[in-house]
Design a protein around this ligand. Sequence first.
Ligand code: NAP
Length: 352
Amino acid sequence: MLSEQAQDAGQLSTAGQRYCIGIVGAGSIGCYLGAHLCQDNALDVKFFGRETMALELAAHGLSVTSFDHHSYFAQPVAFYSSLNSLIECDVVLLTVKATALVPMLSQLKRFLRPDVPVVAMQNGIGIGEMLNQDLANPVVRAIVPFNVVKSSAGQFHRASAGAIVWQQNSYGVVNYIIQTLQQLKLPVQLCANITAAEYGKLLLNLNNALNAISGLPLLQQLLDRKWRLLLAAAMQEWLSICRNAGVKPLAYTALPNVLLPWFLRLPTAVFRHVAGKMLTIDAHARSSMSDDIRSHKRTEIMFLNGAVVRMAQLQQIAAPVNSVLVEQIKRLESGEAALPIDELLHQAGLKA
Ligand SMILES: NC(=O)c1ccc[n+]([C@@H]2O[C@H](COP(=O)([O-])OP(=O)(O)OC[C@H]3O[C@@H](n4cnc5c(N)ncnc54)[C@H](OP(=O)(O)O)[C@@H]3O)[C@@H](O)[C@H]2O)c1
């Protein structure tokens, strides 16, 4: 049964046209967005992903929930573990992790029609450039500010707020998706300066590595001033690089970006008081990088803190804190233990 909003969205589609949407890399973000898009009759949504996910969705259907109480259910979903049917797609939402992009590129080149826009939804810097270098298709960037976690089999939960930032573009099918999501109560924001949006998101994502290195749940890590000092210093490095590059990163929090390091350095009691609702985090929640380390997967570190280090090198300035963090994540990826916090502060030249 379609919701009223989705019926409205259907009326907005090009007369008689049924767009075919390919969700490529159906995991947390792909399934969450795909379940929304399935609500619209004017869309034929195809999910591409792993066989295990295909079986899970076949058994349980696909349902999504949100902290703001919006939920949708989709069954049956068209799920493919081979990419052959990509040829039918009018647009691709590319939702694999950044580390899976290179092997995915050859598949996209093989099966996708060359005029079909690809929306790259990864966190990190250099994603659009990397895709444009190797793929003839037009690439549009979109940045997801909220967290989605798998809460049970076939069920994905949005745990935080925020509007998806979409690069302004002239592709009818992409703009139709944006409009549909908005009508389904998933906030969207169009952005002319997608570099600013990417850079701003990276500022927040710098904590993914710290959380993984700490081995602590996010809440516990953020309530420890030593970890916050490291994060503040990592952010300061990135803000200096942005300033040198002439980019004002988009702010995703109520506080202006330049105040975030100051805020993090506050004594814990004051920080806890000022942060207020911002610390409404599930007591067990960890960063996705922490989950990747625990599952022995490669992390997105080289697209996050690694990108800070690369840009610092290009600007011929130092980024000692982010360098230390990259090094620690590389240690964890290869099965070694990370250094304790006091040693990390010492290596980064910081005093608690
Ligand atoms: N989850 C969030 O809350 C969130 C928020 C903001 C931004 N993001 C960004 O969004 C991107 C996607 O994150 P995610 O959390 O949705 O990742 P995810 O849950 O790991 O989903 C990606 C899915 O794609 C599959 N996949 C990878 N390569 C494939 C291939 N060649 N063929 C078929 N399937 C393939 C993966 O399977 P395997 O795991 O077996 O490889 C996985 O099921 C990342 O860049 C992330 O940083 C995520």
